[in-house]
Ligand binder design. Structure first.
Ligand SMILES: C[S@@+](CC[C@H](N)C(=O)[O-])C[C@H]1O[C@@H](n2cnc3c(N)ncnc32)[C@H](O)[C@@H]1O
Length: 203
């Protein structure tokens, strides 16, 4: 890519391990709620769904999908995140937690109706590979949703953990090239809550 920041501009993040991982996981329990509601609304999650929550962190969106009656698989490479997810999730919830990455999902081919990725694509090591994985696990007609906060050009620190419009559109174009149709890139919310929602349907 040119001077533009990459879609996965935080791929070199050291990961969420140890005490830092636990503290971040606890913070994500709170800050992840609005994105989880937005994802469930965009996907119109119902009892017919198998939702794969890629980069699920402490599992906020996974639990919301399960409360709506979906079967859910939550995948994350960070064991502290998954430990928190398991601790705060009722045992009866229809959620399977799996340690893994977007680039190698522990999910059977064509078994998902929805794959969503909330505030995580900017961390992925290999976005092309991960989008191909999402396509592999989705049934035809299934929906891929990526949500990232809106970041202004040149943002640093926490504010930089998101996408400019250009980055959101690059991700949409990548989905189109990887065999998805009906790709849309939409801005949602305002102020600190402003985010991008990219939605794509598997051919
Ligand atoms: C900012 S947190 C978001 C967590 C959760 N989705 C939420 O909205 O609360 C980013 C998450 O992406 C995960 N992650 C990082 N690299 C990943 C990869 N290659 N594949 C899948 N998840 C990854 C991290 O471990 C972390 O849990």
């Amino acid at each position: 890519m040119s001077a533009t920041r990459a879609i996965n501009h935080h791929a070199d993040h050291p990961g969420f391990a140890g005490v830092t991982g636990v503290l971040c996981g606890l913070a994500f329990l709170v800050v992840g709620r609005a994105k989880a509601r937005l994802a469930a609304e965009v996907a119109q999650v119902s009892t017919d769904d198998h939702v794969v929550d890629v980069g699920c962190g402490p599992g906020t969106a996974a639990r919301l999908a399960a409360r709506r009656g979906a079967r859910v698989t939550g995948v994350d490479p960070s064991s502290p995140m998954l430990r928190i997810a398991r601790l705060v999730t009722p045992q009866r919830a229809p959620i399977t937690w799996g340690e893994g990455t977007a680039e190698a999902l522990p999910v059977t081919d064509g078994s998902a109706t929805v794959v969503w990725a909330l505030a995580t694509v900017h961390h992925w090591q290999d976005v092309d590979k991960a989008v191909a994985e999402a396509r592999r696990v989705l049934a035809p007609g299934g929906q891929l949703i990526a949500i990232e906060r809106q970041s202004p050009d040149g943002a640093t620190g926490l504010a930089g953990h998101g996408w400019t419009r250009e980055q959101a559109e690059s991700f949409g174009a990548l989905c189109r090239d990887a065999g998805f149709d009906d790709v849309s890139v939409a801005a949602h919310g305002a102020g600190k809550r402003a985010g991008w929602v990219v939605s794509a349907i598997r051919r």
